[in-house]
Structure formats: structure tokens, C-alpha cells
Design a protein around this ligand. Structure first.
Ligand SMILES: CC(C)(COP(=O)(O)OP(=O)(O)OC[C@H]1O[C@@H](n2cnc3c(N)ncnc32)[C@H](O)[C@@H]1OP(=O)(O)O)[C@@H](O)C(=O)NCCC(=O)NCCS
Length: 165
């Protein structure tokens, strides 16, 4: 159904900018306070593509190569063999179809090739679909940063999830 591939400059288009400026898409992320532009996204991708410990992949639908979101591996700590992961499905028609689970599975394969032993991620405590996703992918809740972020004028906690691979 999907494949993932390193993001190239030609994958950065107005659709990608639209996701990043959609309040519903970014509401549980730290991107929600910013107005995103194509030039700022280009700069972000070019910096990340030069990095040795961060890898940004686009998530594409196999049958038409439609770019629907991104998944990031990194920062990687090669000494401790740990890495963060983060993901965004910008095309909302593709939410709730189990696609992020498939993308995480692909990233796990890549992480294993890089000898990573443990993945970490997290989400706001109110982000139900992300919590469910972590559970479905076998991530375990390993911590909680209490009252860590402001969300809709309230202080909320951040949940840390991890998976040994
Ligand atoms: C969060 C996100 C990645 C989920 O990806 P997805 O591919 O839609 O995930 P799934 O299809 O596996 O669905 C997630 C699960 O959450 C469940 N879910 C969705 N909304 C829910 C809610 N309000 N309460 C409880 N469960 C919910 C779904 O039913 C599904 O579980 P199921 O397979 O047991 O039915 C996607 O919505 C997204 O990219 N959102 C915007 C960006 C973002 O928030 N990124 C993550 C920052 S931490």
C-alpha cells in the first residue's frame, strides 16, 4: 500500500506546505505556532539531508506515488544505539487506515540496518490516535513529563513511548 523514500527537493511542493499550515494536522505538534513557507521547508529538508544522524522519509502511496506524509528517524545516538522517530500524515483522507503503522514498520527495518536497538517517541496525553498507534506498534509507555506543554490554555503532560527492536 505504501513505500517510504528519502525526501528530495522535488518532493517539496505547495501540498506539503498546506499540511504544515493545516491547524488540524499540526494541532498536536510543535509546528502549530508557525506559519510555514516553501522556502523554510526547503531549508529544513536540505539541512536534514546533510545530517549524519537524522533521516527524513516521505510516505508515498504505491499505486500512484502520491506523497501523503513524512516519517523521521533521528536524531540517532550511534553510541547508545537509540533513535527518536516522528511522523505526520498530512493528507487527512489517509488517516485511520493503518498507514502510519506500515511506515513505522519500514523505519524499523532501516533502523535495524543502522544497528539501532531502541526507538523512542512520544505525544501529548490528549493525542488518542498517536497513543493507540504506539500500542498497535508494540511501543511501551516509559515515562511522562508532567504538565509539560500548554494545549488549549491548559497544562498537559507529554507521554514517552519506546520500543526495543
Ligand atoms: C496521528 C497519526 C499519525 C495517526 O496515523 P494513522 O495512520 O491515521 O493511524 P491509524 O490508522 O493506525 O489509526 C490510529 C488508531 O487510533 C484510533 N483513533 C483515532 N482517533 C481516536 C480517538 N479520538 N480516540 C481513540 N482512538 C482513536 C484509530 O481507531 C486507530 O486505531 P484502530 O486501528 O485500533 O482502529 C495521524 O493522524 C497524523 O499524522 N496526524 C497529524 C500529525 C501528528 O499528530 N503526528 C504525530 C505527532 S505525535
Amino acid at each position: 500500500m505504501i513505500f517510504i523514500k528519502r525526501i528530495l527537493p522535488r518532493n517539496i511542493n505547495n501540498n506539503y506546505v498546506k499540511w504544515m499550515n493545516d491547524p488540524e494536522v499540526v494541532r498536536y505538534t510543535e509546528q502549530r505556532y508557525k506559519k510555514h513557507t516553501i522556502s523554510e521547508i526547503r531549508k529544513y529538508v536540505s539541512v536534514i539531508n546533510k545530517s549524519k544522524n537524522e533521516f527524513l522519509y516521505g510516505i508515498f502511496i504505491k499505486k500512484n506515488k502520491f506523497h501523503i506524509g513524512n516519517i523521521k528517524l533521528g536524531p540517532i545516538d550511534f553510541f547508545h544505539k537509540t533513535a527518536e522517530i516522528g511522523y505526520i500524515i498530512g493528507e487527512k483522507d489517509y488517516w485511520g487506515k493503518g498507514i502510519t503503522k506500515l511506515a513505522i514498520r519500514e523505519v524499523i527495518k532501516i533502523a535495524k540496518k543502522k544497528k539501532i536497538k531502541k526507538l523512542i517517541s512520544g505525544c501529548y496525553e490528549s493525542h488518542k490516535s498517536s497513543i493507540r498507534l504506539f500500542q498497535k506498534c508494540g511501543f511501551i509507555k516509559e515515562g511522562k513529563l508532567r504538565s509539560h506543554y500548554v494545549y488549549q490554555n491548559k497544562r498537559i503532560s507529554f507521554l514517552l513511548y519506546a520500543k526495543h527492536i
